[in-house]
Design a protein. Structure first.
Length: 163
């Protein structure tokens, strides 16, 4: 099993949205028996909570099935993960600092690095939490735009992983 974990700050907005979208892409590609998708937050403020209702509204409106309980990412998880996908540069930095080994730190990538249209200045998925529903819709657009490239990368890694 190839394991992917999306990470944002509180694990109630961006990372659960990325988790839902990517899980759907993995299923559409017929890889759901080979790829496990989940999410977590760098902090534990919302542990046990569901996704933000605005995230749920946007996901359901786009045809995704959000089912989520927030949790905090732990350094010990690196050993069981193949890819850790950070939603912004702050998460990337925090996760790499948390990684127990250089090999674990190398597992951490920015989500938008998989979007060929994203520039270095557009590497982050902005946090929609303190804004309106529009921010959640923009978050979904950015997540979807990066999902194809991420799926291609995961498909290649799964081939190597299962070979």
């Amino acid at each position: 099993m190839y394991r992917v974990c999306f990470v944002c700050t509180g694990n109630i907005c961006r990372s659960p949205m990325a988790e839902s979208v990517f899980r759907a892409r993995v299923a559409e590609a017929g890889l759901d028996a080979l790829v496990e998708v989940d999410s977590a937050g760098t902090g534990g403020w919302h542990e046990g909570d569901g996704a933000d209702p605005r995230a749920v509204t946007v996901l359901e409106g786009a045809g995704y099935e959000p089912s989520h309980r927030a949790r905090q990412f732990r350094a010990s998880w690196f050993a069981g993960l193949d890819l850790v996908v950070a939603l912004d540069a702050g998460h990337l930095r925090d996760l790499r600092a948390l990684a127990p080994t250089p090999e674990d730190a190398a597992k951490v990538r920015l989500l938008r690095s998989y979007d060929p249209a994203a520039t270095a200045a557009e590497a982050d998925v902005p946090d929609p939490y303190y804004g309106s529903l529009d921010g959640f819709e923009q978050c979904l657009e950015l997540v979807e735009a990066a999902s194809s490239g991420l799926l291609d990368a995961v498909r290649e890694a799964v081939k190597e992983h299962t070979a």
